[in-house]
Structures are given as C-alpha cells and as structure tokens.
Design a binder for this molecule. Structure first.
Ligand code: HEM
Length: 435
C-alpha cells in the first residue's frame, strides 16, 4: 500500500511475497533508517545500532555488538544471572500461590527481563539505580508509545515542530531523554574501576574500548556512542522479550488444551530440577512451537522498525523511490489467510514437520525482521523467552481469577512501536508439587 504522509512517501508491505522482494532481493536498496525526530533525540543523533543510517559507522558498531555484546558466548556467560533471577521470580510467585492471590504477569515478566539485562549489561541491580524498577518500567513504555506516535516534525516541514510542542510530544521526549541520560551517567560513575578482560559487563567493555581509542566508522568511540548503544540494550532488549512472554501466557490461558500439552512436555522432559536452564530448552519442541505461534499472532514490533529506501527498486511492478519510508507489516503477514490456514486460531501444531524458523529467511514469520537490519540479538531474545516461559509453566499451573471465564480474557493491543497487551494479564499461580 502506498501513502503520502506530508512530504514523505510511505509504503506498507503486507504480504510475505512483497516482504521477500524487499528484504531479500532488494535489501541493500532499503536497509537505511529515516532520521525521525524521536529516535534521533533518544540515540544522540542516531549513534545507536537501531536508528543509525546504513553506513560504515553502523557496520562497525553492529559488528562490535554482535561479536562482543549479544554473542552466543555472552548469552552462555550471563546464564547464571538469568537462572538466579528466574529463581527469584519463582519464589515470589510461590508466595502468591500460597496466598492464592492473582499476579500481574506483564509486570512480572518485565521485572524479569529488566533484572537480567541490567545485571548482565550494567553489572548492577536495578533497585540501586536512579531508575528504580518501577520508574524504568514506566519510562520504557512511555518511550515506545512516543516512538510509535505520529510526530508532526517528521512530516510537516518548517512548522511541524510547533505542533509537536503544542501536543506535548516534544516535552515528553525531552523528559525521557533526560531520565535515560541520568541513568547512563550513573552507570559511568559506578564503572570507574577497570576490570579484567573477560569479567567485563557491557559498560566495562565499552569504556575500555573508549580508553583504547577504538575507531567506529571514522571516529573514536565516545561517551555519546556508548550511551546510544546502551539505549539499544535497554529499549530493544527489555520490552520485546517480556511482551512475548505475556502474550504467550495470555494465549495459553485462553487455550487450556495447549497449556496442558506444553506443561506435560516440560514436566515429562525435565523430571525434577530447581530451574530450567539454557541447554535444557533445546529438547522442548512443543514449547518452541508455542513461542513461534505467539510471534505469528503477536509480533512485538508489528511494523518492524521503519526503513528508508536508499536507491530505487521495484516491488510487484511498483517503483519505490529513494527516501520512501518502508514499513513491513509483519502483523498482517502473520494473519494472512493466503499463507496460514485458520489464521486467527492459536494452533502451535501448525509448525509440526515445518521448517519455518524466525531467523529472517521465512518471510511468512518475521518477528525479528529480516535482511541486513534483522535484530542483532535473536539468540539472546529467544533464549530469554524460552527460559522464562519454561520455568513458569514447569513450576505452576495457572488459573483465571475467581469469577472470570476464558471468554472474558481480552486481547486488546496497546499502541506503540512495540505492541504490548493493553490490559494487565492477571492470573493465579498454583504451585505444581510433583517435582
Ligand atoms: C523477543 C525478543 C526480541 C524481538 C522480537 C526483537 C525484534 C526486533 C526487530 C523486529 C527489530 C527490527 C528489525 C528490522 O528493522 O528489520 C530488532 C532490531 C534490533 N534488536 Fe531486537 N528483538 C528482540 C530482542 C532483542 C534483544 C534482547 C536485544 C539486545 C539486548 C535486541 C537488540 C536489537 C538491535 C540492536 C536491533 C537493531 C538492528 C539494526 O538496525 O541493525 N533485540 N529487534
């Protein structure tokens, strides 16, 4: 679909075939990012990985991040942190189970991902920072809503910025940037002492590279580059995984047959253990199908991150001009009846015997995007979701709050660049005692 918003031509691709043409055949022509006002402010003028234009600087920081921060080795090295935080979550849920009280799963999952990423990346517990857990929770959501908003200054030349001031968008952007900046500064203060190579968290590593005058693009790595990269960890890493886990639990609560089946798989395969860890989840084939089905219906970034066309190319015979804003509508692709039988049903079995995966080569399922701008931390994100869900489903049965029926569970989506469940998912954990 073609639109013209203000001065900016915009294209939405809503089928797996058009997504394939763009992300595979013409990826080089459309892997730019537009310099939109919101991302620009948050990323110290596009110095991060996500919003940086396609250039040598982006190639260098993406390579650095993929090799050093989000690598398989790093994911394995932070696993003990993940296991500890999962155990804390199990203990807090066990307490609620003993009192038969409902828990807010949106909150619980967000706390889990915040705690893991914060300790892994910043080497601190969240409660000890200027952004205590609840402040960050609010800030992350506010930023995503803001990034998903129509910003007049992106579309209306000369006067758009006045409209953004009038609507309050500019003010909330400034507030978010200030809040996050104070957090990064606190992290730098806490990381003044050098650590040995190998035992470094993300901040230690980036500060060491700054001291060593590491070159990205054609300039030395500075504090602003580091802040922008840390912003990606905070914003790209935390929300997406917790949103996925919440949608998965909501779908399972609505589909008791699937809930029972996935729990049986986990409990039969795992036997008796205190925590299900990284290597264990390989055996959990049905859990992996449940997660894929969740991503099909509820991709956390339904339009991915907007791309900017760099050079002219054709999709289905339509010519797309440079500077066009390109959105890949993976939400619509996941529900396309041409591709998926009974697309509205939550049916993990559809993946039995199928080799569709989420690594960007199967254009009917693109929760992490595709092409050169595909998510830089697929393994980190996937393992977070698998471990979190496996432990929740292994340790607890889940009941609806008293008086509530399956039909009452609503699945409305909240607006934003990432789409979370609008209303809280409230369920009652019941401790499963058979291990
Ligand atoms: C379930 C978890 C996750 C999902 C579903 C997800 C999804 C996405 C999507 C859709 C994009 C945009 C792709 C495009 O424009 O084509 C993206 C980009 C990115 N993600 Fe993730 N993500 C997840 C976890 C993470 C984590 C844990 C991190 C880091 C801690 C991360 C870091 C990034 C970065 C740095 C980019 C920018 C890539 C670039 O423009 O070169 N993501 N992610």
């Amino acid at each position: 679909m073609f639109l013209k918003l203000g001065k900016v031509p915009t294209v939405f691709l809503s089928s797996s075939e058009t997504a394939r043409q763009a992300l595979k055949d013409h990826d080089l022509a459309c892997c730019g990012r537009p310099r939109l006002a919101g991302p620009r402010d948050l990323s110290y003028n596009c110095l991060d990985i996500n919003f940086s234009p396609f250039d040598d600087y982006w190639k260098d920081i993406r390579k650095l991040a993929v090799q050093e921060l989000f690598s398989t080795k790093r994911v394995h090295s932070i696993q003990p942190i993940k296991d500890e935080e999962v155990k804390k979550l199990i203990n807090s849920l066990a307490e609620s189970a003993s009192k038969k009280t409902t828990v807010n799963l949106n909150r619980k999952f967000l706390t889990l991902t915040i705690s893991v990423l914060c300790r892994a990346a910043f080497g601190v517990s969240f409660e000890d920072t200027v952004l205590s857990n609840s402040k960050l929770y609010k800030l992350v959501r506010e930023v995503y809503v803001m990034l998903g908003c129509f910003s007049a200054s992106d579309y209306i030349p000369y006067v758009g910025w006045i409209i953004d001031r009038f609507t309050g968008l500019h003010g909330s952007r400034v507030k978010s940037v200030k809040g996050l900046d104070a957090f990064y500064e606190q992290m730098f203060d806490l990381h003044k002492e050098e650590k040995e190579k190998g035992s470094e968290d993300f901040v230690d590593l980036l500060l060491r590279l700054e001291r060593e005058e590491y070159v990205v693009g054609n300039e030395n790595l500075t504090r602003n580059h580091i802040k922008a990269i840390l912003m990606n960890v905070l914003l790209a890493g935390i929300d997406t995984s917790s949103i996925t886990m919440t949608w998965a639990m909501a779908e399972l609560a609505r589909n008791p047959r699937v809930m029972k089946k996935v729990q049986s798989e986990i409990r039969n395969q795992m036997g008796s253990r205190s925590v299900i860890s990284l290597d264990d989840t390989d055996q959990l084939k049905y859990l992996k199908m449940v997660i894929k089905e969740t991503w099909r219906l509820h991709p956390p970034a339904p339009l991915l991150v907007p791309k900017e066309v760099i050079s002219e190319f054709e999709v289905n015979g339509y010519v797309i001009q440079p500077k066009t804003l390109l959105h890949v509508n993976v939400w619509a692709i996941g529900r396309d009846p041409e591709t998926w039988k009974d697309p509205d049903l939550f049916l993990p079995e559809r993946f039995v015997g199928s080799n569709i995966d989420t690594k960007g080569q199967n254009f009917e399922l693109l929760p992490f995007g595709g092409g050169r701008r595909i998510c830089a931390a697929i393994y980190m994100g996937t393992t977070m979701v698998e471990c979190g869900l496996a432990n929740m489903l292994y340790n607890f049965d889940w009941e609806l709050p008293e008086g509530m029926m399956v039909e009452d569970l609503e699945m409305e989506e909240a607006p934003g660049l990432t789409v979370s469940k609008k209303n809280e998912l409230l369920l009652v954990p019941v401790k499963y005692l058979d291990h």
